[in-house]
Ligand binder design. Sequence first.
Ligand code: PEP
Length: 254
Amino acid sequence: MSNKLIAGNWKMNLSVADSRKLAKRVEDATTKHADKVEVVVAPSTIALTEVSKELKSGKTKVGVQNIYFVDEGAYTGEVSAVQAQEFVDYAIVGHSERRQLFNESNEDVARKVAACLRSDITPILCVGETGYERDHGETTQVINDQLATCLTMLVASDMEHIVIAYEPIWAIGTGKNADSKAVASAADTIQKTVKEMFGEKASDGVRILYGGSVKADTAKSYLSLDNIDGLLVGGASLSDHEFVAIVEHAADGE
Ligand code: PEP
């Protein structure tokens, strides 16, 4: 069994100084679990270089919350994977906030996943359904459609270098907890789709996270699922106590 991965998405929060302090507190409290849990923090892009300096030992990894799919050029306001690679190991791509607020399509996300891999960054590809789609029994179809397009530029051997996060949109930032059976079923759908697209070895190699209002007291129910390899944590990752407690649950194997 591979180590669990716990990633914190700080979104557009914290000053550069506060990002640095939080990164240090997280690292100090979780280094002792480094042989059991892989910890990633994804600060706002403006704090990326400072946080990466703070975490230079590499025990806590750094992620970027978004990248552009072109490597360089006249794209005002964007940051490419080529630029980010000096500072990060991971990139969150296709987060529902980017899809909904910035109109990112599955085609855009596919290009971002490919751009990450070109630059040796591990993409954390987010997929998941809206509340409407869940209520209409469309979860499996939505996940399949998202993966079919978002993974289209890849080959089987890429699958061990990507992480897929199941993030039901209705659970993100809402405090609503997804039922753990539904999460296991969505993870199963992801595995089956990857298997259909790239074969069994590829589907065995891909890591699957759950994300959606996870807190220290709900983390265990998701971490105990056989097909969940870790968590993508938003709001609760801004509290070092909550986030460290989640990492500790992962280290305990719960
Ligand atoms: C997220 O932003 O990926 C996320 C899961 O947020 P939250 O934990 O706040 O729902």
